[in-house]
Design a protein around this ligand. Structure first.
Ligand SMILES: *Cc1c(COP(=O)(O)O)cnc(C)c1O
Length: 471
């Protein structure tokens, strides 16, 4: 399964192996990698997944994407190892809340949020590829909260990798910050940027665009645009659909959405053959995607803080992958559209493209008041405490599901104890922190605050890594 860039206008476009998508993250032309074709999960393949463990399903679903990178047995072992430390035996359990409403709990990994499901696999995968090539790399990550800690947990103490994480100073929760700043591994470096998440993301893009800096430090990304992460996220959609009766029975998903990576993985599962009848994009007040689906216009507004900070994003990077598909895989058109988007903040999209997008997704905006109400309502009806991101998905599922009898699965993307203030503001008490979280408050923090300035950030990173190498 070779990969192509969403911005490659060549006829035919350049084809790259899986390994290249893993090491580069972003294509040289600024586009994102997508597989040249979708591997198929037909009825027999879906049926064969019934009763398998999460790791077995993961190995089977993802192997075709690896493009022959390693033997199937090696991959099965690596996948089994990646999910071994998760604290629930089902890894991604489904919990029923109402007759046709389910939660998919994706918070049983080391950082208690869904990004562990991809990154616990991508870290070792990257390490294995680097080791085989005899190379070292510096993973640079911009995070709105959960990616950073998940990437740190995935890369800490790996011999071939240094990891540098940029997060928006003062805009993430204390738990999220401590999960990053209290890790005592010498290959972990955290920077608080005086700016927004989009500023952090821009700084990372600029570091990658600086060819000398990038090559000198062997920069690589494991941000949500990295294809391997999307690939790993496809797995829980397949596993949940099979558990609920696929291929015989259809299912819908409501996904709390920021960068569009998670819901895009659901779309990939659908393209592969999983019977997904409905995909609901749930956004908070940062509703650029909901506005696009309502009006056909995608234009950037200022990022506003909300109760669900991991979705406080305006530029939903992975949307480019869907756009590429809807634009008939025309890389030159995508390159033009996204450079216009970057220049003036509005993405050119023909009405035809917008209408097709509407047939694939529903989208709904949930404000902070509705988020609190969903937390309170869920608790009153079921006794379950949900985190604010999950609550956005539940509220959107209620508001825009199309059929009462279609099973809807809302993604529980974080453990409620990661966002105790938000939960308390809804139900009047804080969730019990799991032992893993409680321990964070005992440990010292290591972090450097820097201005939103590329020169300052590059200088700091280069000095830090030089010091690390000399130590
Ligand atoms: C990252 C994150 C999201 C948003 O996921 P995207 O893939 O960026 O759309 C939602 N909820 C939580 C808890 C997250 O950490």
């Amino acid at each position: 399964m070779p990969y192509i860039s969403t911005r490659d206008g060549g006829a035919p476009p350049e084809r790259l192996p899986f390994e290249a998508t893993l090491l580069r993250g972003l294509a040289r032309d600024g586009g994102l990698f997508v597989p040249e074709q979708w591997p198929r999960l037909d009825r027999a393949a879906l049926t064969a997944l019934r009763g398998l463990s999460y790791a077995e399903i993961a190995a089977a679903v993802t192997y075709p994407f690896l493009d022959g990178l390693m033997p199937a047995d090696d991959w099965r072992r690596m996948v089994a190892e990646a999910y071994r430390g998760f604290t629930h035996r089902a890894v991604a359990p489904l919990k029923q809340l109402a007759p046709a409403l389910w939660l998919l709990e994706l918070f049983h990994g080391p950082t208690l949020a869904f990004k562990d499901y991809a990154l616990q696999l991508v870290g070792p995968l990257l390490e294995a590829v680097l080791a085989r090539r005899g190379e070292h790399a510096t993973v640079v990550v911009a995070t709105s909260g959960d990616t950073g800690s998940a990437a740190i947990e995935a890369c800490r103490d790996l011999g071939a990798i240094e990891i540098v994480v940029l997060f928006p100073h003062g805009r993430i929760s204390e738990v999220q910050r401590r999960q990053m700043t209290t890790v005592a591994s010498s290959n972990v470096h955290t920077i608080a940027i005086e700016g927004t998440f989009d500023d952090c993301q821009d700084l990372v893009k600029q570091m990658f665009a600086d060819e000398q800096f990038r090559a000198g430090l062997g920069l690589t990304g494991v941000n949500s645009i990295n294809w391997a992460r999307v690939m790993a996220q496809v797995v829980y959609y397949v596993a949940a659909a099979v558990a609920l009766g696929a291929p015989e029975r259809e299912v819908g998903f409501a996904v709390p959405t920021g960068n569009f990576g998670n819901v895009y993985a659901a779309h990939v599962a659908r393209r592969m053959g999983v019977p997904i009848a409905e995909l609901i994009i749930a956004t908070n007040r940062n509703d650029i995607l909901a506005r696009f689906f309502a009006t056909g216009r995608m234009s950037i507004a200022a990022v506003e803080p909300s109760l669900s900070p991991s979705m406080d994003i305006q530029v939903a990077s992975n949307f480019e992958r869907l756009y590429f598909e809807l634009a008939g895989r025309d890389g030159a058109a995508v390159a033009g559209a996204f450079s216009t988007f970057r220049a003036n903040g509005t993405l050119p999209a023909e009405p035809r493209l917008w209408r097709e997008a509407q047939t694939l997704f529903a989208a709904h905006r949930v404000d902070d008041g509705q988020t609190r109400a969903a937390i309170a309502h869920t608790y009153a009806m079921t006794g379950e405490l949900v985190d604010p991101h999950t609550a956005v998905a539940l509220a959107a599922a209620e508001a825009c599901r199309s059929a009462r009898d279609l099973p809807i699965v809302a993604l529980a993307t974080a453990h409620p104890a990661k966002f105790p203030e938000a939960v308390e503001s809804a139900v009047g008490f804080e969730p019990e922190p799991p032992p893993r979280l409680a321990a964070l408050f005992e440990r010292p923090e290591r972090v450097t605050v820097l201005p939103n300035d590329i020169a300052a950030v590059e200088r700091f990173v280069a000095d830090r890594l030089r010091a690390e190498q000399e130590a």
